[in-house]
Design a protein around this ligand. Structure first.
Ligand code: GDP
Ligand code: MG
Length: 661
């Protein structure tokens, strides 16, 4: 038994094919063309099923149509499984009326019933079956509804054989009948209609008698017969639709109205950019900047008091230094960003709970598919704005191996919350009034780099097709404040916890390295410290993006491997040492970092944003990519991109600075 799966493009053929066959499929090409040919066995049977290319008619106007037609004619097909999109019955039935003219049973699967239900489209199956003289089953290939039933029908060969369908008006039907009696082929009716249409592929079947019949009928109509036949089909289909399909008057819901704006073809992306810009403006811009200063002042005061108190109880100078210049400076530098982060978490959480984030996923899906990622990649990317570790783990939901690997390698490019202190520190100081813009620009740069990298990776490293992803768009809702509250507090809690553990530890190590020289004398000049010599050994890497030989910036950036917050924490500690001051603009006021300009600041941000993530995330990549080799590949890839971009950005920036200033 051989079944041909026939239907329009996007009617769900491939989805249904995969369901029907499970893993029993062979993929190849149709002879002579690069159109995919899939053959499989229907589960629980030994019936062969072939996924034909998506077509709209059996006229040989396209390669797909020619392939399908030849297959149906020449390959002994026992059953045509005609899949129809319930939401556009009219368009689909045009093909069906042609299939019914073949001498092959047609079983119709009315697919996408889930969408039809949702839109309130009601289809009277019984009437439809009567009109088409065929068996019809309503299914949803995506939701797997009724597919088992469909298999049972096929297995038991329990379907009408559609002996007769009167589509055309009386004169035409009469002519068709006469022509049918003239030929001895298998598909009599189909051939008769083709002869009337004057289909060139059937010229061989013409003879005097048939030509006479066709001339007679053509005289009656005085128009192009192919057009008449098409009109008749449409008239018939309209008739069927009027009797069998009823659609509830669609009421525009609030969600529809909002979507007409937010998902508008032209406005969706600009609106998205404005919203994300707004989010960063509020979090990392002036509003957030103000909160940083307050907390910074508090921390400085706290440091001073602690130092007075420690001195009063007679603590030794190195102990005071450890607590104040190491622990408080490091952890305090990070904690001062907490209010900003809370604003960011709050805004993103609000966007999630109102349903807007799903919209972003929806329209980015189209763009993502173009570059070889799936819409599913968006979930890791969104989670990645919090932390890369759970984001990388969440890439597991992506079925396609290539897309999964690409997503894992690209997720760390999204600015996670630990990177926010870096962005906010540099953007706030060097771009002042435009800090929101500078921060948001990094976010867009990240998206841009992800898209370009994905495109190139797909081109160079991996080949293959992109799977599609149907996202159920939820209704817009009023924010759920309970959810928002727990979301924000748990993220903020995790951030504080990191400050109190990993950042605290790393700060102590940095304090140690900067306070001692290699022969372990305490209280050396910062330039003589172990930290300085480590930094000096690596400073050449950063010279091209800073325009300065800076051991301080070097060791700070390298510590991004421990935790991205540590970049800022480390700078705070180093700054405290270079000049014995802990005034407001501590970091860039200090000798160690006073060389920074807008260009090098932006370049340094870019490097820290895109370079290899922290050890936690690298570990997650190792686990999810499967091998250490792939992990190293990802780390070098990320760091390479980061370095290259930073150097480019620095040079462009310096060029602008030189021209303008
Ligand atoms: P083909 O071009 O006919 O092979 O169609 P596909 O199988 O590629 O499906 C086209 C799109 O429709 C995919 O995004 C499917 O996930 C989706 N789709 C298929 N069947 C259904 C269904 O029953 N319901 C819904 N909602 N979507 C479906
Ligand atoms: Mg397909």
């Amino acid at each position: 038994m051989r079944v041909a799966l026939v239907g329009n493009q996007n009617s769900g053929k491939t989805t249904l094919f995969n369901l029907l066959t499970g893993t029993n499929q062979k993929v190849g090409n149709w002879p002579g063309v690069t159109i995919e040919r899939k053959v499989g066995t229907i589960r629980g049977t030994d019936f062969e099923i072939v996924d034909l290319p998506g077509i709209y008619s059996l006229s040989p106007y396209s390669i797909e149509e020619a392939i399908s037609r030849r297959f149906l004619f020449e390959e002994n097909v026992d059953l045509i499984l005609n899949i129809i999109d319930s939401t556009s019955i009219e368009r689909s039935l045009y093909l069906t009326t042609q299939l019914l003219e073949l001498n092959i049973p047609v079983l119709i699967a009315l697919n996408m019933s889930d969408i039809a239900d949702k839109r309130g489209i009601k289809i009277d199956l019984h009437t439809l079956e009567e009109k088409l003289d065929t068996t019809i089953i309503s299914i949803s290939a995506l939701k797997k509804t009724n597919v088992f039933n469909l298999i049972q029908y096929i297995k038991r060969q329990d379907y009408r054989k559609n002996y007769y369908t009167h589509i055309y008006d009386l004169h035409l039907e009469e002519a068709i009948k006469k022509l049918e009696n003239l030929n001895e082929t298998e598909h009599k009716r189909f051939l008769a209609v083709k002869l009337i249409e004057k289909d060139p592929l059937f010229n061989d079947f013409q003879n005097e008698e048939s030509n006479q019949i066709i001339m007679d009928i053509s005289k009656q109509y005085q128009r192009d017969m192919e057009q008449i036949i098409a009109d008749e089909r449409y008239r018939y289909i309209e008739n069927i639709r009027d009797e069998a399909v009823s659609a509830r008057k669609e009421q525009l819901t609030w969600t529809d109205r909002l979507d007409s704006v937010f998902l508008n073809r032209f406005f969706a992306i600009p609106i998205f950019m404005v919203i994300m810009f707004g989010v960063y403006y509020l979090a990392a811009g002036p509003v957030g900047g103000f909160t940083v200063e307050i907390v910074e002042d508090l921390m400085t005061t706290f440091g001073e008091w602690t130092s007075i108190w420690l001195n009063a109880i007679g603590a030794s100078p190195w102990a005071v230094s450890l607590v104040v210049d190491g622990m408080i400076a490091g952890v305090g530098a990070i904690l001062s960003f907490l209010p900003q982060l809370i604003i960011l978490f709050l805004l993103i959480s609000l966007l999630e709970t109102t349903g807007y984030m799903s919209r972003i996923a929806f329209f980015l899906d189209r763009i993502f598919q173009k570059v070889g990622l799936s819409g599913k990649s968006l979930i890791p990317f969104i989670i990645g704005s919090g932390c890369s570790v759970p984001a990388i783990l969440s890439a597991r939901t992506i079925n396609d191996e290539t897309e999964k690997k690409m997503t894992i390698m690209l997720t760390p490019f999204i600015p996670c919350s630990a990177k926010l202190p870096i962005i906010s520190l540099f953007a706030g100081y060097f771009f002042r009034d435009h800090s929101g813009l500078a921060s948001a620009s990094l976010y867009f740069l990240a998206v841009f780099v992800i898209l370009i990298s994905a495109y190139l990776m797909k081109k160079v490293l991996f080949k293959g097709k992109t799977s599609s992803f149907i996202l159920e768009l939820p209704e817009y809702k009023m924010p759920n404040f309970k959810y928002v509250f727990f979301d924000v507090t748990s993220k903020a809690g995790a951030f504080i916890q990191r400050a109190g553990s990993i950042i605290l530890m790393a700060s102590i190590v940095i304090w140690f390295l900067i306070s001692f020289s290699w022969n372990l004398t305490y209280g050396v000049e910062a330039n003589q410290s172990m930290l300085a010599s480590i930094g000096n050994a690596l400073a050449w890497i950063f010279y091209p993006m800073l325009g300065e030989w800076s051991w301080g910036a070097t060791v700070s950036a390298v510590q991004g491997l421990v935790a991205k917050e540590q970049v800022v924490a480390s700078m705070a500690i180093i700054a405290g040492y270079s000049e014995q001051t802990s005034e407001g603009l501590l970091i860039f006021g200090s000798g160690a970092f006073s060389f920074f300009t807008g260009a090098s600041a932006y370049a340094f941000m870019v490097f820290n944003l895109f370079s290899a993530p922290c050890f936690g995330a690298i570990g997650a990549m190792r686990q999810e990519l499967g091998t250490a080799k792939r992990m190293w590949g990802a780390v070098f890839f990320q760091t390479g991109i980061a370095w290259g971009l930073a150097v480019i950005v620095f040079n462009i920036g310096r060029f602008i600075e030189v021209i303008i200033l």
